[in-house]
Design a protein. Structure first.
Length: 353
């Protein structure tokens, strides 16, 4: 039976799906999102903000891939780019085997029902001038031919599925709490029966007790509807509960991907180790883990360091790190790391020692 979050307690998460028996629903390869920097009266192009810079990962059908990292590392931009809410600078995105990377908007519109998004701020993402019925029903107006009664029944069905009283359909967003507004956003995302949902920090703006309720709702919906999630968050404790696999981002790049248990029990990349050491422990003395304090500031994404992006703050930096970008490669089955420490056997043995 699937575990549940109760209050602020985070029990163990669900088992990871067997990758040998499922296919990737989402395949991302070399994804780049660079935003131009323009200056002067003539608006000359003088550089780029490399928000996402060569990201690759798969999301398997029915699983939850957690995407974590500190603020400003490019997580939300990556999620939006995967859904083609931005035009890609480079790379490919395939959803259900179909490449949507360069697809024109008319063709992309036909693919929208299967891929949806739950936004971070439920207040900012809901139109304050529209009733709940209009908000949830808007995707149905755009992408279906439902009659009025069919549309009304579907709206009530969705509200019931996310734990809202259908009688509230005539109310406006300001009449609801933050958790209820996020449920409205989830209902809107589910209106067209998508298969893939990007959850962009869906609990960040909510109280801790409400966060648990929303996460439990997302898991229940995943079980009932067979959804696949890309769950973006900086809350590592909650990601540990909901995710099957975890991808760690730093300064526009993914530095490590593995299943949840291996990431949390034995992080390999120095940044992952530092990130997880910051997770509060009920009894720090019992865990035996020491806090890793990173020195310096995160470099600007408009001027990342040469070589490894993490070389300016890494406690285990080597000369090669400042010269060459590490290869993002499979270190062991299902585990990918981008670090020079693991590029040869001698470095691995030295690290293990």
């Amino acid at each position: 039976m699937m575990s549940r979050v109760s209050g602020t307690r985070i029990p163990a998460g669900r088992a990871m799906p067997d990758a040998a028996t499922i296919n990737p629903l989402v395949e991302v390869r070399g994804l780049k999102m660079h935003f131009p920097i323009l200056a002067g009266v003539l608006r000359r192009h003088i550089g780029d903000v490399k928000a996402v810079d060569g990201v690759s990962f798969d999301v398997f059908e029915g699983e939850t891939l957690g995407l974590v990292g500190e603020s400003g590392c490019g997580k939300s931009t990556c999620g939006r780019a995967v859904l083609r809410l931005h035009d890609l600078t480079d790379g490919t995105v395939r959803i259900d085997g179909i490449d949507i990377s360069r697809m024109d908007q008319s063709r992309l519109r036909k693919r929208r029902p299967m891929m949806q998004m739950v936004f971070q701020d439920p207040q900012a993402s809901l139109n304050p001038r529209m009733t709940v019925a209009r908000i949830i029903g808007e995707p149905l107006d755009e992408h279906s031919d439902m009659t009025g009664p069919e549309r009304r029944d579907r709206i009530h069905e969705l509200m019931d599925a996310v734990g809202l009283n259908p009688e509230f359909a005539v109310r406006y967003p300001h009449e609801f709490s933050g958790g209820q507004r996020q449920r409205i956003g989830i209902a809107r995302a589910l209106a067209l029966s998508p298969r893939f949902v990007v959850c962009d920090e869906p609990i960040a703006a909510l109280d801790v007790s409400i966060q648990a309720q929303v996460v439990n709702l997302l898991e229940d919906l995943q079980d009932r509807l067979g959804l696949t999630y890309l769950f973006i968050s900086h809350d590592l404790s909650m990601v540990r509960h909901i995710a099957d696999r975890v991808a760690v981002m730093y300064l526009g790049k993914v530095v490590e991907i593995a299943d949840r248990d291996r990431i949390y029990s034995n992080p390999m990349h120095p940044y992952t180790q530092a990130l997880l050491s910051a997770v509060p422990e009920p009894d720090p003395s019992a865990s035996g883990a020491s806090r890793i304090i990173l020195k310096g500031e995160v470099p600007s994404p408009s001027n990342p360091p040469k070589g490894c992006n993490f070389c300016t703050r890494c406690p285990r930096v080597m000369d090669v790190c400042r010269r060459e970008e590490p290869e993002f490669r499979e270190f062991e089955p299902g585990r990918y790391v981008a670090c020079h420490l693991y590029n040869d056997n001698s470095a691995v043995e030295q690290t293990a020692a």
